[in-house]
Each structure stands twice: as structure tokens, then as C-alpha cells.
Design a protein around this ligand. Structure first.
Ligand SMILES: Nc1ncnc2c1ncn2[C@@H]1O[C@H](COP(=O)(O)OP(=O)(O)OP(=O)(O)O)[C@@H](O)[C@H]1O
Length: 599
């Protein structure tokens, strides 16, 4: 799991204001309108007082009456308009946060995402950003508006009676003390609740990500229990947060009630003693009555803000993770197609300090063009070699060079634009076949696309599908066979006209005919492109220009099939297991296939 919260970043409040800043205009406008609505509210008791004075004194009351009605209407209209503006701003703040977060998430380094839970990342982009909605806008507005309205009420109350004001202030101070004592608890419980929701997302994503495996193993209940446990944890933390927030709410209500009763008692006594006019007591009580709103607003804003700040810390936690610097100034496609040389200079890799060496002192030189195969036992480090070329990881020592230049010095987008990479499990994304094939080359010309589809033998599949290339393939290409997914991944890589083609077991799910066809494609491509292919089935690599035998992270031998059968015991063993050293068992991969044009 990732570090849950930001540890080194800006203070969460400063960070929260950073999300608000681009939308400060809307928020300010909304706040001003709400404030004006509050002022209109605030003025009403004074007008009620003059109305009572006019009625009891027999003076004209039409004017105060009209003024009161106008104030009432103004407070409602302006207040609602202000609230609408604040809500609009809230949506914009969430959109800004989501855009920033998603842009960051997709640029995270592979090694970082390897150690993260996708479900947790997802919950940060969805749930935590939603938490910002209230925190960045209505909570802040509530806080400011609450403070201003209370200050205004206090000033006006002071004009009515200082003794009663002292009573009210004492009660308010007590309430402030209680609220401040509760805030750290609310914040911690809020943080833990959001962390637990992230945990629940992680468990659920794991279960849904291996849905068929879960079903095939009859593990539905076990997985459901794990999700339930995480949900229960989220519920427990949420309940804790709710308990503290409710307590703050109760304290607020109680404080207002107590102030009301005490003011009524003390004020009544002062009226009886002739020290206070009835109209002043009524006006004071009305202020107290109105004060309930701003006080609740202030406490609610303050406690609500805590959940938002917890979310900010989780969102900022992503910003602190290592991300790639993707310079988008990609070279023209013509340059990308030029074959590249690949050099590994004394490359060693450990995924973490003190961890096992995945690769050790690897030295390799691949010339531009030609097919190089990597073979070796499972876990030897074959996929990791390809990952270093793509810069998914950086070597712990040594360096990987493309065209004689350290891959760390290449603008990342340019480096990857030169490479076509077919992953081991050939992932296909939800969407159409066209989306999948053109994922890395959105502007590929139609004739080139048609040619690639032809070469990867996808045309019969397209003819069968109802909407051809525009057929939806389902989540992770669920409606396709493993071999079809693999051919789509190969088409995707070839469409980019790469200068270097990396193939990680591209034939593992292909039948013999398609495997042979792929062999022909690879042979043709390798005449104009550098091809590096990981293979378990030696039948696919016997005609490679060179074969690298990798074992436990070390290069044991490099040579042609014939060289290695003679000179490398490990290779001979692999070949013998696959019956390749016997006569007549090799699948012939044509090196001079005339029917396939160079790609
Ligand atoms: N992100 C990672 N963190 C730690 N160890 C890893 C990571 N990725 C791979 N490994 C380990 O590195 C070793 C080499 O893995 P790699 O996938 O490169 O092997 P491989 O030769 O391609 O295996 P296979 O033929 O089974 O695909 C394995 O022992 C694997 O467990």
C-alpha cells in the first residue's frame, strides 16, 4: 500500500486553498452574496424592534413593515443565489483536483504502481476528490460567513445590552473550547475512514480483477468476506467520525439553548428591575435566535473541513510519489522507424536495496536490425531486461543504451515512441478493437492499418465480428480468445513502425499456424528493425540471429542455436526438453520470406 497521507507536502489547508485558487472568483462571488443574505437576516431584529416600538408607541408602522418584508425577500433570494454559485464552484474544484490527480496517476513510475493497490488509487481519484467538494467551498464559506455573522451579531448585541452579551460570550467560548477539543479526534477518525474506504476499493478491485479465477476456485464467499471486513472497517471509522461530529453538533445546540434560557432569565430580571426595555430584550433574544444559524454553520464548517483536509492529505500523497517526466515533443514517425542499437553495459538490478539481484552484470550488444531471442528458465529476468529498455525501471548499476545514448538521457516520450512492446499477457483494454490497435498510433493511415491487420492475421476475426474493427471487446478484451488478444497486441506494436520491437513471449497462446505466421512476420520485421524476443518455446527462436541464454539474472551464453546446442549446457538442456536437438522437430522460421514486405 502507498503511504496513506502526504508527509512532506504543504500544510493541508494551504494545499486545499491551492485547489480553490483557480475558482476563487466564483467562490468569492457566492460568499459575498451569502454574506449579503446574512446581513439582510441580521438587520431584521432591529427592524422588528422599530416595528414593535412603532406599534406600542402609536407611530406609523408602514415603513418598518415594508422594510422587514424587503429584507426577508432579499435575504432569501441573495442567499440562494450565493449558495448556487458556491455549489457550482464546488463542482469546478472537484474537476480541477480530479484532472490534476489523474494526470499524475498515469505518469507514476511503474515501480511505484507495482507497490500500490489500484483500488486504493481509484478511491483517491473518486472518493477523496469528492470529499474536497464540500471542504474547498461550502465548509470554507460556512466558516467565513459564520465568523462574520457572529461578529456582526455580537456588535449589534453589544449596542442592546452589555450584561446579556457577556452571558452569550461566555457560553460561546465554552462551545469553542469543546469544539477545538473534538477537532483532532474528528480529523483522525475521518482520515482512518477514508483510508478504510481505500482499503475496501483495493480488496474489491483484486476480487473483480481475477473474477473468473475467484469463481473457478469457488472463492466468492471468501472474497466477499474480505470485502465485507474492509467495508466494516470503513463503517467503524465512519461511525467514529460521525460520533465526534454529532457530539460537536449537540454541544452547539446545547450552547445556543443554554444561552437562550440564561439570557431570558437574566434579561427578564433586568426588565423587571427596569434596567432594560422589553423591546431591547425581544431584539436581543431574536439575535440569539439568529445566532443559532451562524454558530451551527461555523461549527459544521469547521468539523466538515476536517474530512476535507484528510482527503487533501491522501490526494497530496500521490503528488509525492515518483512520476515520469513525459516530454511530449515526439519525433516525426519517419525517424522513429529507423532501427536502433541496444547496449547493456554491466547492468545489475535490485528492486529494493538489500533485495535479491534480479539482473547481475549483464553485458549485451544488439546491432541495428536482426532478431535476438532471450531464453532461460522462469524467473531468470527476461521480462525485466525488456522493462529496463522501456525505462519501467532504472538499473541499480550500469546502463542501458539506445543508439549509444543512455536511456535515462532520452526524452521518455521519444524513447518509447521508437519501441513497440508486446507484453507477456497481451493486455487488451475495454473499448473497440480499433481503439486497442491504434492506442499508440492514433493517426495511423488506413492502408497501413489494413496491412498490419492482414499481417497479424486479424482479418478473418474482423470479418466474423458484427462491427468489424468497431466491435466492442469488453472489459480486458473478455470477448476475445487469448490468441486473438496476443495478435491484437502485436498489431498495436507494429502499427507504431517501431525502430525496436520488444516481444515478450508473443506466441504463448497462439496455435501452430499462427505461431508460424508470427515467425514469418518477425523474420520480415527483423530485416529492417531491431527485434528482441523473449521465448519459452525454443521452436520460435532457432533461426534467430543470436540467442541470449539468461539464468538467475546472468547471461550464461550468447550465440546461434547451433552454437549453443554445442557450447551451452543449459541451452542444450532446454532444447533437449523441448525435443529440439532431435532431427525434424524444428519449426522452420523463414529468414528470407519473400511474401512479406519489410515493415
Ligand atoms: N516489481 C518487482 N519487485 C520485486 N521482484 C520482482 C518484480 N518483478 C519481478 N520480480 C522478480 O524478478 C525476477 C525476474 O522476473 P522476470 O519477470 O523478469 O522473469 P522472467 O525470466 O521473465 O520469468 P518468466 O519466464 O516466468 O516470465 C523474478 O524472481 C520475479 O519474482
Amino acid at each position: 500500500m502507498l503511504p496513506i497521507t502526504s508527509v512532506t507536502g504543504r500544510a493541508p489547508l494551504a494545499s486545499l486553498l491551492g485547489y480553490v485558487r483557480p475558482h476563487a472568483g466564483g467562490l468569492l462571488g457566492g460568499a459575498v452574496l451569502m454574506f449579503l443574505g446574512g446581513l439582510a437576516n441580521l438587520a431584521q431584529p432591529m427592524v422588528v424592534k422599530s416595528l414593535i416600538d412603532a406599534l406600542t408607541g402609536g407611530t406609523p408602522y408602514r415603513e418598518p413593515m415594508l422594510l422587514l418584508v424587503s429584507l426577508l425577500m432579499l435575504s432569501v433570494i441573495v442567499g440562494v443565489w450565493g449558495m448556487y454559485l458556491v455549489e457550482l464552484t464546488a463542482e469546478s474544484v472537484v474537476l480541477t483536483a480530479r484532472r490534476r490527480l489523474v494526470a499524475r496517476l498515469l505518469r507514476l513510475r511503474v515501480a511505484v504502481v507495482d507497490g500500490a493497490e489500484p483500488g486504493d488509487l481509484l478511491s483517491r481519484a473518486t472518493g477523496d476528490t469528492t470529499q474536497l467538494r464540500a471542504a474547498a467551498t461550502s465548509n470554507v464559506v460556512d466558516l467565513v460567513a459564520g465568523i462574520l455573522q457572529i461578529a456582526g451579531a455580537v456588535v449589534l448585541m453589544a449596542r442592546l445590552d452589555a450584561v446579556l452579551l457577556a452571558v452569550v460570550l461566555i457560553v460561546l467560548l465554552l462551545l469553542a473550547a469543546v469544539t477545538l477539543a473534538l477537532v483532532p479526534r474528528i480529523r483522525t477518525a475521518g482520515e482512518q475512514a477514508q483510508e478504510a474506504v481505500g482499503g475496501m476499493g483495493a480488496v474489491l478491485e483484486r476480487a473483480l480483477g481475477a473474477f473468473r479465477t475467484v469463481k473457478a476456485n469457488g472463492a466468492e464467499e471468501r472474497q466477499a468476506a474480505a470485502v465485507h471486513a474492509a467495508a466494516r472497517q470503513a463503517w467503524r471509522r465512519g461511525r467514529q467520525a460521525a460520533r465526534w461530529v454529532s457530539l460537536a453538533g449537540i454541544a452547539t445546540g446545547l450552547a445556543v439553548q443554554v444561552a437562550f434560557i440564561v439570557v431570558l432569565g437574566v434579561g427578564g430580571a433586568r426588565v423587571a428591575a427596569g434596567g432594560l426595555a422589553v423591546s431591547s430584550l425581544v431584539a436581543f433574544l431574536l439575535y440569539l435566535f439568529y445566532l443559532g444559524g451562524p454558530v451551527t454553520q461555523l461549527v459544521g464548517g469547521f468539523t466538515g473541513l476536517q474530512a476535507g483536509l484528510a482527503a487533501v492529505r491522501r490526494i497530496d500523497g500521490i503528488a509525492e510519489l515518483a512520476a515520469e517526466d513525459l516530454d511530449r515533443s515526439v519525433d516525426a514517425p519517419a525517424d522513429r522507424a529507423a532501427p536502433v542499437t541496444v547496449t547493456f553495459r554491466d547492468v545489475s538490478l535490485r528492486h529494493r536495496p538489500g533485495g535479491p539481484a534480479i539482473l547481475e552484470h549483464v553485458d549485451l550488444r544488439l546491432p541495428a536490425t536482426g532478431l535476438t531471442a532471450i531464453v532461460g528458465p522462469s524467473g531468470a529476468g527476461k521480462t525485466t531486461l525488456l522493462a529496463l529498455i522501456e525505462r519501467f525501471y532504472d538499473p541499480t548499476t550500469g546502463q542501458v543504451e539506445i543508439d549509444g545514448r543512455d536511456v535515462r538521457e532520452w526524452p521518455l516520450a521519444n524513447l518509447r515512441a521508437r519501441i513497440g512492446y508486446v507484453e507477456q499477457d497481451a493486455p487488451v483494454l475495454s473499448g473497440t478493437l480499433r481503439d486497442n490497435v491504434t492506442m499508440g498510433s492514433a493517426h495511423a493511415a488506413e492502408p497501413w492499418l489494413a496491412e498490419v491487420l492482414e499481417r497479424t492475421r486479424l482479418v478473418p476475426l474482423l470479418r466474423r465480428l458484427p462491427d468489424g474493427l468497431d466491435t466492442l471487446v469488453g472489459h480486458r478484451g473478455a470477448t476475445l480468445s487469448g490468441g486473438e488478444r496476443q495478435r491484437i497486441a502485436i498489431a498495436r506494436a507494429l502499427l507504431r513502425r517501431p525502430g525496436l520491437l520488444l516481444l515478450d513471449e508473443p506466441t504463448s497462446q497462439l496455435d501452430a499456424m499462427n505461431e508460424r505466421a508470427l515467425g514469418e512476420i518477425v523474420a520480415a520485421v527483423s530485416r529492417t528493425t531491431t527485434v528482441l524476443m523473449v521465448a519459452h518455446r525454443l521452436s520460435t527462436v532457432t533461426r534467430a540471429d543470436r540467442i541470449v541464454v539468461l539464468d538467475a539474472g546472468r547471461v550464461r551464453a550468447v550465440g546461434t542455436h547451433a552454437d549453443l546446442v554445442d557450447g551451452c549446457e543449459l541451452y542444450r538442456g532446454l532444447a533437449a526438453t523441448q525435443l529440439l536437438t532431435g532431427a525434424g522437430t524444428q519449426v522452420q522460421v523463414p529468414r528470407q520470406s519473400s511474401d512479406i514486405a519489410a515493415i
